[in-house]
Design a protein around this ligand. Structure first.
Ligand SMILES: Cc1ncc(COP(=O)(O)O)c(C=O)c1O
Length: 370
């Protein structure tokens, strides 16, 4: 079946006991034994919650993976994955552009645990090739990457990394499985902040990892989640499953609106969007991303932080808030959030396009930029 069907039906997540077409929220943390002291199913809900397999089956199917694991946040998923690959003495290739909390954590983790790290522009294959060492275990990047939406050629990086004995993991939060399937392009692992498009309604914090193969790192990750306990709450898992049912209609519409807005806004400000011919990696995006370029873009207002923040103050439809991927359109001045050492230009506004009417979104930006 097609991914749209699998998502809409949550892979037929029908409750076996009652036939309910929406599964119950399993709140129990522990499970009774019978007269023979045997368990009927789960034992203890730390990482053995009956709703997990329902959510993880959908995630694995959407990404075409051998398995999936849910985590209580995108950061919990990302940090578990990076730790699972690396030990002291190993080498990591990390991206120059990407969600700032992940980039910061990588620096602190590597410094503390004796992991060598090179921060590389992963859109440049020659730069990645030059950075690879015999000790490189992992190439980690995000695509499209916050907040300039750099698009990295996943298949090309996989080829050079694998030839050097390294593996690659992709933060595909902003591409979503609707537009990119990194595992089919050669990635070993996909990570999502499920807080964003997968949940889709700005009401659940969650993370996910999906693996290509049931390999040594995957075994380690399963152990880590069990032993270290970064487990998603049952309510959150249920909300994530609910959100994923509408993933395709939401993301397809958000991408259509974003592309049209990007074209219309070009007359008013600098626009950074992988769907525009002016984007430096547009050709890679057009090849790698299927059915659209996603709902994220950035504007360059000119005039530094002062002008960018003045534009935000005039907006009435766009909500000034962090995060992305929800049904409501959000605007964020990333430099204010990322702090003084940010590489993000001071006049950049990040836009997360929601499900509102395109004209309302355009008119609001047009009046604010005028
Ligand atoms: C691309 C990307 N990766 C990872 C994260 C971290 O996810 P979470 O906030 O769910 O921990 C975010 C959050 O903004 C993100 O945008």
């Amino acid at each position: 079946m097609k991914p749209e069907t699998l998502a809409a039906q949550a892979m037929h997540a029908i409750d076996r006991e009652t036939g309910a077409i929406v599964p119950p929220i399993p709140l129990a943390t522990t499970y009774a034994r019978d007269d023979r002291y045997a368990l009927r199913g789960p034992m203890y809900a730390r990482d053995d919650n009956p709703i997990y397999p329902a959510v993880e089956r959908v995630l694995a199917a959407l990404e075409g993976g051998a398995g999936a694991l849910v985590f209580p946040s995108g950061m919990a998923a990302a940090t578990a994955a990076i730790r699972a690959y690396l030990k002291p003495g190993d080498h990591l290739i990390a991206p120059r552009v990407g969600y700032f909390a992940v980039r910061h954590w990588i620096q602190r983790f590597c410094a503390k645990w004796g992991v060598a790290v090179d921060t590389v522009d992963t859109t440049r294959l020659d730069a990645v090739r030059a950075a690879l060492r015999p000790t490189t275990r992992l190439v980690w990047f995000e695509s499209p990457a916050n907040p300039t939406w750099d698009v990295t050629d996943i298949a090309a990086i996989a080829e050079v990394a694998h030839a050097a004995g390294a593996r690659i993991a992709v933060d595909s939060t902003c591409a979503t499985p609707v537009h990119t399937r990194p595992l089919a392009l050669g990635a070993d692992l996909v990570m999502h902040s499920a807080t964003k498009y997968l949940g889709g309604h700005s009401d659940v914090l969650a993370g996910a990892l999906i693996t290509k193969a049931d390999d040594d790192v995957w075994a380690e990750l399963k152990l880590m989640r069990h032993d270290e306990g970064p487990c998603l709450g049952p309510m959150e898992a249920w909300l994530l499953l609910r959100g994923m049912r509408t993933l395709f209609v939401r993301v397809e519409k958000q991408s259509r609106t974003a592309l049209s807005l990007a074209h219309r806004l070009e007359a008013l400000a600098g626009v950074i969007y992988p769907g525009l011919a002016s984007h430096p990696q547009h050709a890679v995006a057009a090849r790698q991303m299927t059915g659209g370029f996603g709902g994220m873009m950035s504007l360059r207002t000119g005039g530094g932080a002062e002008r960018a923040l003045a534009v935000v103050r005039k907006l009435r439809v766009w909500v000034p808030a962090t995060s992305l991927g929800g049904v409501e359109s959000l605007v964020e001045h990333r430099a204010s959030v990322e702090g003084p050492d940010t590489p993000t230009p001071s006049d950049l506004l990040r836009l997360s396009v929601g499900l509102e009417h395109e004209d309302d979104l355009f008119d609001d930006l047009a009046q604010a930029l005028s």
